[in-house]
Design a protein around this ligand. Structure first.
Ligand code: ATP
Ligand code: MG
Length: 1008
């Protein structure tokens, strides 16, 4: 039996609390399950019988979940009685969990009071569970004695439940002795007689081998209508990542997060066990964990254990033909010999192979191999695969062979096979694998004489390929190392274009890893390919230079892009030509000629499409959606970015470019006030474990929404996560501004909401010190607006906080100076500028002008670009200005509109502001009737649910809906459940029928 503390499980709780293993202060990723437990308790309190059987593998968090629920239930007034079964083998203590429960009860109430709950001398029956109740009655017939005991326990629970809800928790039922199982079956079977009682039973599902006695009981209980099963799944990558962050107190680096997930597969106990005190990851399995993992395997027959050891060298999954060939068994023999491992849940059998139930079980078995045994097994795997590559899925043989030769320590075979495998991995777009293999070629290079002849490529070529693979695999740190090594080897005089392209590669990698060397590299590259030498290489260098070399950007950018375009066309390089066009488009948009920009994007797309330049197509999607958003064309921006995400997925770039584009989906949705959809897009992207920098931007957008909604805790968490991740990087120039300025805006906005004015002022001041806001008006204006708002607030609270007032006056002067020089291209930036003017105009030191006129123009500008939140904010200010000017009707009209918008958006803080102003101005907002004006989809569905229903009615599955709406399948399934509940139907089919019957989709769907 797998046991963390063999023989002493009753000490579990104590040992756990004493253990030095770090654990998470918060429960991660179990919202759904907690809600289900809460709902079960509600049903039980409402008079229904409910039993929940909570299963899951060891360490998955059954106890933690139930404890967390129990704490909440206790706080809500329920009485929770808990008892655990003990791992004492078959002859365990009978009724152990019930004894523990009653002991707890006696401790709370005293034996007398407990006895008083039972009729007559019935309490003496409890003496069989607890000596405190004296001597048990000498009942001659043991059958009758047992029946009486069961009755008394039931009566006791029933009486307790008269005062308050009772939650009975029986933990670790896989260890239950026969008597405990019988009493449990009796209580659950009689539950319909009880009111106000919830029974929760936990058990390790991985321990339930085929003949385990609990299996029969569970099957029997399943037949009762009030018994539900809940199988706790492993944590998703996103939640595992969050768990690491909670345990270590900081956002883990992407590489650590990936590694943790790869090894633990989302089992929280394993995450805790593998994390070291310093927040890193232990390479070794801790002894306690190894014992837990190996316990089941060690009980298997010797022959089975031999096979398991062989399989552990084969990997997480072994096809049976391969394993048979390696071990010299016939397929039938193998099935027979491995059956015990399958019954004991060490391996899972599927069609044609065996998988270790958990990656760490394989690791533990493998770690137990002797070195000679490992070498022998890997050699055998490599030879067998060399003889028959069909033993593994197509395309995998080379890669697997390379792995086995390496671990068999056969350097020459390891080198040549790694080179072949790297090519195969590259073809399969498995760039991370390709990178590992190329690095291995380089590692073995010196140990193999004539390596270049054996693989037919030079050391320099391998380095170049490794740098490119690192870039594709988003591993810029290593890529920089490879590119630098290659630059040492390349002969720039003989091959200037090759050297220039290597410099270009290193510059890109350096940028992604937040280094500063890129500009120097780009300049050096440009010198290597002067006009008239290598058109293709020069065009590529020019394109990179536009964004990252000062003398090639700004006013020079147009000429540089035109030259790049001409050269690329001449060199027949469609991808670079398209890139040049996209640059020209962005330049057009920068000077306000959006129509020309959009035309150029169309042209660029056509060229990229013809050239099959997938990366470039995505680049265009990114830039075009960005431009559209700046134009206030939010819906088109969102559509363009979504289409880009779909393309990114098709090219295998869902995690990188796809999640970058998710930012461009979320931003327009935020502008449009469709925040739930924005959050769905963000959540979906975060689930893909995006590169740090994308995660930063996504978290910031999420934080903005939280802040607007008044969820300050959520905004704080988002801010902390984003700044921790960003703190490790040092981005410069416009590239950095797109992260730092929004981050500063969130930080200052949060400080403002929490009335920490000095902090808010300091944030804005520091940001203006460190960044040239004029470089990126797109991100500069929103920051100026918050800055002006903070200054206005500080000026108002003046007397109490004199230092802030002085600071605010100085800062406002500074912001006004910046604003006077800052461009405002496109309607959105113009709306920001008008808002800034209005906000800054509230200060007496600002130029004169009617505040009402200013705020009205700001509001009109926001209305034009369909940004309801900013519009509502401006209307609220306009109303205040109208009031101040004595125009009460004007104020009321504006305030009503603001209130209506705030209501639709569900923004508490703004609603509160509006309400306060209304009350102080004695303006009636007419609250109840407001609701009716809001266009809402029929049947109480939210706009999103309405949209999902449309797809359900069209017969689409959850994954299909998820793909269409860019949400996760889980989210889609939650929407569908809500829809079914709201429509009062039991199935998707019925929901579709209802939608058709009601002709829901015959007219236009209601507006959001
Ligand atoms: N969702 C979670 N968030 C944070 N920590 C968790 C979560 N789930 C489990 N843990 C932690 O992981 C460890 C193992 O969890 P727990 O003891 O609840 O597992 P279990 O399923 O009850 O295991 P066993 O079968 O051994 O009883 C504990 O330290 C627990 O605090
Ligand atoms: Mg437990």
């Amino acid at each position: 039996m797998i046991s963390r503390f063999p023989g002493q499980p009753q000490l579990n709780g104590m040992l756990e609390s004493m253990s030095l293993r770090p654990s998470s202060p918060v429960l991660v990723g179990r919202g759904e399950q907690l809600a289900a437990l809460d709902a079960a308790l509600d049903r039980a309190c409402g008079g229904g019988a409910v039993t929940l059987l909570v299963g899951g593998e060891a360490g998955i968090g059954k106890s933690r979940l139930v404890n967390e629920f129990a704490t909440g239930a206790r706080a809500g007034g329920a009485r929770v009685l808990r008892g655990g079964c003990l791992d004492l083998g078959t002859d365990g203590l009978p009724f152990a969990p019930f004894s523990a429960m009653i002991r707890e009860l006696v401790r709370d109430l005293g034996a007398e009071q407990v006895a008083g709950l039972l009729p007559g001398r019935a309490a003496s029956d409890l003496a069989r569970l607890l000596p405190e109740f004296g001597e048990p009655d000498r009942e001659a017939d043991p059958v009758v004695a047992r029946a009486r005991l069961f009755e008394q326990v039931l009566t006791l629970v029933e009486r307790l439940a008269e005062d308050a809800a009772v939650v009975l928790v029986i933990e670790d039922a896989h260890w239950a002795d026969r008597s405990t199982r019988d009493l449990l079956a009796f209580l659950i079977g009689s539950q319909q007689a009880l009111c106000n009682v919830l029974i929760i039973v936990t058990y390790r599902s991985d321990e339930l081998h085929r003949s385990h006695p609990l299996r029969a009981l569970l099957a029997e209980l399943d037949r009762l209508g009030w018994v539900e099963r809940m199988e706790l799944p492993r944590l998703t990558p996103l939640h595992a990542n969050e768990l690491v962050a909670c345990i270590t107190g900081r956002e883990p680096a992407a590489s650590l997060a990936d590694e943790v997930y790869r090894r633990t597969e989302g089992n929280p106990l394993f995450v805790e066990e593998l994390l070291c005190c310093d927040g890193g990851m232990s390479a070794e399995l801790p002894e306690s964990l190894r014992d837990l993992l190996l316990a089941a395997a060690r009980r298997l027959p010797e022959e089975t254990q031999d096979l398991l050891r062989a399989a552990s060298a084969g990997g997480q999954r072994n096809g049976d033909a391969l394993l048979a060939a390696v071990t010299g068994h016939s397929s039938d023999d193998l099935t027979r010999a491995l059956r015990p491992a399958v019954s004991a849940n060490v391996l899972l059998a599927d069609d044609g192979g065996y998988t270790f139930r958990h990656a760490l079980i394989r690791e533990a078995v493998y770690d137990d191999l002797l070195p000679g045994e490992r070498t022998r097994l890997h050699t055998r795997f490599a030879e067998v695969l060399g003889a028959d590559s069909t033993l593994v899925p197509a395309g995998r043989a080379a890669i697997e062979q390379a792995h086995h030769w390496y671990h068999a320590h056969d350097t020459t075979s390891a080198l040549t096979s790694a080179w072949l495998a790297a090519a195969a991995a590259g073809r399969a777009l498995a760039h991370a694998e390709q990178l590992t293999l190329l690095a291995r070629v380089l590692e073995l290079w010196d140990k193999v004489p004539d390596a270049d002849e054996r693989i037919g490529a030079s050391h320099l070529t391998v380095l170049e390929q490794a740098a490119c693979a690192a870039e594709a695999a988003d591993n810029s740190e290593r890529g920089v190392g490879f590119a630098s090594a290659a630059l040492q080897e390349v002969d720039a005089a003989a091959e200037p274009a090759r050297a220039a392209l290597l410099l270009l590669t290193r510059a890109r990698l350096a940028r992604h890893s937040g280094r500063e060397s890129e500009t120097a590299d780009l300049r050096a590259a440009l010198e290597l390919v002067p006009p008239g030498t290598d058109d293709g290489a020069r065009a590529k260098v020019l394109i990179s230079g536009i964004k990252h070399v000062p003398e090639m950007s700004g006013a020079a950018a147009q000429d540089v892009a035109v030259e790049a375009r001409t050269l690329a066309r001449r060199a027949g390089d469609g991808a670079t030509e398209a890139a040049a066009l996209a640059e020209l488009a962005s330049i057009d948009s920068g000077v306000g000629d959006d129509a020309a920009a959009l035309q150029r994007f169309d042209e660029a797309r056509a060229i990229a499409m013809r050239a099959g330049a997938h990366g470039q197509l995505l680049h265009i999607a990114v830039n075009e959606s960005h431009v559209l958003e700046g134009m206030g064309e939010h819906e088109r921006a969102e559509r363009t970015a979504r289409a880009g995400i779909a393309q990114a997925g098709a090219y295998g770039l869902a995690r990188t470019t796809g999640t970058f584009l998710a930012i461009n989906v979320a931003e327009p949705l935020v502008s449009l006030g469709r925040w739930d959809e924005a959050l769905e897009a963000i959540e979906h992207a975060l689930e893909l474990s995006p590169p740090t920098i994308n995660r930063v931007a996504l978290r910031i957008v999420g934080g903005d929404i939280a802040l607007r909604r008044g969820d300050l805790a959520g905004a704080t968490a988002a801010l902390a996560a984003a700044s921790a991740a960003l703190g490790m990087r040092r981005y410069r120039g416009p590239h950095g501004s797109q992260y730092y300025l929004p981050l500063a805006r969130l930080e200052a906005g949060l400080a403002l909401a929490e009335e920490r004015l000095s902090d808010a002022l300091a944030t804005i001041d520091a940001t203006a010190d460190q960044h040239d806001l004029l470089l990126t008006p797109r991100y500069g204006w929103p920051l100026l607006v918050v800055g002006a708002r903070v200054c206005a607030e500080a000026a108002r609270g003046a007397r109490r906080d004199h230092p802030s007032r002085v600071q605010a006056e100085a800062l406002l002067g500074r912001l006004l100076a910046i604003a006077s020089k800052m461009d405002a291209a496109g309607p959105v930036q113009q709306a920001f500028r008008l808002t800034f003017d209005a906000e800054a105009g509230r200060e007496p030191s600002a130029p004169a002008g009617s505040p009402l006129v200013r705020w009205d123009s700001a509001a009109a500008a926001w209305e034009k670009v369909s940004q309801p939140y900013e519009l509502a904010m401006a209307l609220n200010q306009a109303a205040a200005a109208a009031m101040a000017a004595g125009d009460r009707d004007g104020a009321a009209e504006r305030l009503l509109r603001a209130a209506h918008l705030a209501e639709q958006l569900g923004v508490r803080p703004l609603r509160a502001d509006i309400g306060a102003l209304a009350r102080s101005a004695r303006i009636m907002l007419g609250e109840p009737s407001d609701e009716e004006d809001v266009p809402r989809p029929a049947l109480g569905l939210t706009t999103r649910e309405f949209e999902v229903l449309r797809h359900v009615a069209a017969g689409q599955s959850n994954p299909e809906i998820a793909a269409e709406l860019f949400i996760s399948a889980k989210t889609a399934s939650v929407h569908v459940s809500n829809i079914l509940a709201k429509l009062g139907v039991a199935s998707r089919g019925e929901a579709a029928a209802a939608a058709h019957r009601l002709r829901l989709f015959e007219q236009q769907a209601p507006a959001a």
